[in-house]
Design a protein around this ligand. Structure first.
Ligand SMILES: [Zn+2]
Length: 317
């Protein structure tokens, strides 16, 4: 029987847990919807309950457990410093209750960093040694694998690629800076551009598609597909900016591959063509050979990422 890990993916509104083998096969899974009104203790309790539920009846005792979640994470201390999607999670050591309930070592990791290690071990990053992973969703996150190990940096914050500056005069970012990649291109940034196009009357199509509500990033894409030139230009410009950001990082890190995941990939070639073009136009010398690959893990990125982190921590990486 393969080594087993109990993995969890804790988001703002959902919690997933799974019993996973060391080669990435999910043997058992459970999902839970987290109500926005849930207290900190209720959420911690639910994480423990769901992880216990998937561990029960395991063919052998799992080796360890890991929770992947968004936010500033002190992985070495097992602590959530701040979780933007879960208001009560501040300076919370989450690994202690999980380890106590399951009776096995427990770990925690930032979800984008975990996703990077998950792609490296089980997904689009297989066969590489050095990997840059970017999560392109509501926000922009990332993770870095160097020589087959997750790179966490001095304080565990490495990989925050959404906060490199592309335009010092650009829009204000959540982090307080101006013109961060995330403030320029992300689900939130595209939604802001869509609202601008609709409210200024530049895009009648977008207004029609949104039908009275505030348009979002997927409305922007729908308008572009329906032939709206302004909407398409926004998405292409966004892809270009992402390519500039990723190309700059490729020149710093010289990874074998850049892997991409997240909801913005649904924008397809309209986003990815200018992204590729800009990234390769920047790439210096041998960096021009860096591959771009799309995630192969889909909705399981969180639990397979958590599995990969637990295996690495347990010395099975
Ligand atoms: Zn920022």
């Amino acid at each position: 029987m393969a080594d087993l890990i109990v993995a969890a993916d804790l988001g703002g509104t959902h919690l997933r847990a799974a019993l996973v083998t060391a080669d990435g096969h999910v043997l058992k899974r459970a999902d839970h919807h987290t109500p926005p009104t849930a207290t900190r203790d209720e959420i911690v309790g639910e994480v423990c309950n769901l992880m216990t539920a998937v561990a029960e009846g395991a063919p052998e005792r799992p080796l360890g457990a890991c929770v992947a979640t968004a936010g500033l994470i002190d992985a070495d201390q097992g602590k959530v410093i701040i979780a933007p999607n879960i208001p009560g999670f501040r300076n919370l050591v989450l690994t202690d209750p999980v380890a106590a309930r399951l009776g096995i070592p427990a770990y925690i990791e930032n979800d984008a960093s975990a996703a990077a290690l998950g792609e490296f071990r089980f997904g689009a990053g297989r066969g590489t040694r050095h990997l840059l992973h970017a999560t392109l969703g509501t926000g922009i996150g990332g993770g870095i694998v160097i020589d087959g190990r997750l790179y966490r940096g001095a304080k565990g914050l490495a990989g925050e690629i959404g906060h490199i500056i592309l335009d010092p005069a650009g829009p204000v970012c959540n982090c307080g800076s101006r013109g961060c990649l995330e403030a320029m291109v992300s689900g939130v940034a595209f939604a802001a551009r869509a609202r601008y196009l609709a409210s200024t009357g530049k895009s009648a199509r977008l207004r029609e598609i949104a039908a009275g509500r505030e348009p979002d990033a997927s409305d922007l894409h729908a308008a572009a597909l329906a032939g709206d030139a302004f909407a398409e230009a926004e998405i292409r410009h966004g892809g270009h900016l992402l390519g500039l950001g990723l190309g700059s990082l490729v020149n710093v890190l010289n990874p074998d591959a850049v892997t991409l995941s997240g909801g913005l990939l649904g924008m397809g070639a309209m986003l990815l063509e200018p992204l590729r073009e800009a990234m390769y136009s920047l790439a210096y010398g041998p960096a021009a050979g860096t591959l771009i690959r799309l995630s192969e893990l889909g909705d399981d990125a969180g639990i397979l990422g958590a599995t990969a982190v637990a295996l690495e921590r347990l010395g099975r990486g």
